[in-house]
Design a protein around this ligand. Sequence first.
Ligand SMILES: [Zn+2]
Length: 125
Amino acid sequence: MSTSLLSKPFTDGLAQGVLRYQRCERCGAAQRLARYACTACGEPALGWHEAAGTGRVFSLTEVRRAPTDAFKAMVPYTLVLVDLDEGARLMGHGRAGMAIGDRVRASVFTLDGQPLIRFEPVQGG
Ligand SMILES: [Zn+2]
């Protein structure tokens, strides 16, 4: 099975504006990335669950060179890695001025037909 098939429930969810993550059916551990087996206990039964979309910035980087033409109008832009409250880790677009540890909430936007994640700051985090 390819990586794209592995993460199909995630990309399908994104197209519907829903964030999904994997959780172990045996021990309940959230998987940071799409896996074939639990990273905590090795259990291969991993279920997909909906995430609330809130979390905290783990790291961020500024992108100055567009990976494709569709991104050229956006550069420079900020990409953030966010630890969701459920325990999964997701990459998405952020905002200039964000900092590690900021509370954020995810939304989905479309660029060139591709659904992408954007994290906005949440007040009172
Ligand atoms: Zn497990």
